[in-house]
Design a protein around this ligand. Sequence first.
Ligand code: SF4
Ligand code: FES
Length: 253
Amino acid sequence: MTKKEKIFVIYRQKTRGSKPKYERYKVPLTPGMTVLEALFFIQDHYDHSLAFRYTCRGAICGSCGMTINKFPQLACKTQVEPGEIKKHPRIQDLVFGDINNWDQENEILIEPLPNMAIIKDLVVDMEPFWEYYREVKPFFDREINDIAPESKQTPENAKRIEQLIYCILCGICWTCPVSGKRKDYLGPSALAKAFRFIDDTRVTEKQRNVIYKKAMQERGVPACEKIFACNAVCPKGVMPGTAIDKIRKLEKK
Ligand code: SF4
Ligand code: FES
């Protein structure tokens, strides 16, 4: 194999619950090639049935989250070149199929996101993620119409929540070991989104209390074990674990 080629080892699973296997594909590399582009190559040249999600190809839609070399990340933001793929942060064992012959130095291992049911290959069922996101009611409750007054916010107050607004809802922070062992845990992203609205000066006190109570239920903030895996894996620097900690501190006021 020349230096311009790479072997991709890809988790394949035909349907929910069916027996998974790993398939190897040789991909010729081009300068700046992303993992997502390598998957397109495999789909085009080897197997049209390979399933994976993507939309924007620009690290903003949040669709292409997957586990690359045992580190959950965005395929469109991750270049194949050596050194570009992040290493496993040793947060937990991300166990998928039976892969005991992965050559870590020379092969790129692609698996689905952890802690979610697999629909097909690299496509996971994100419905629980969306369900818990909706559950914290992350929205404004003020009347929005042509005659309602404008919502104003100072630059300082906007800055307070700016980092949280960067969340692209990719689900990568469900790598959290608590999400792995508790299927009812609201999860880092929903709780970070809750804090994004709790801390927004334009939200009414009534709505703030509704969101706060949702976040503080037993399967929310109290279930967080302060592992901060979410902070380590988030591709947008949202720091959901830090936001969870801030909600926890509000309680003590
Ligand atoms: S907090 Fe980060 S990892 Fe979690 S959904 Fe948002 S962008 Fe993705
Ligand atoms: S394709 Fe949109 S974030 Fe990767």
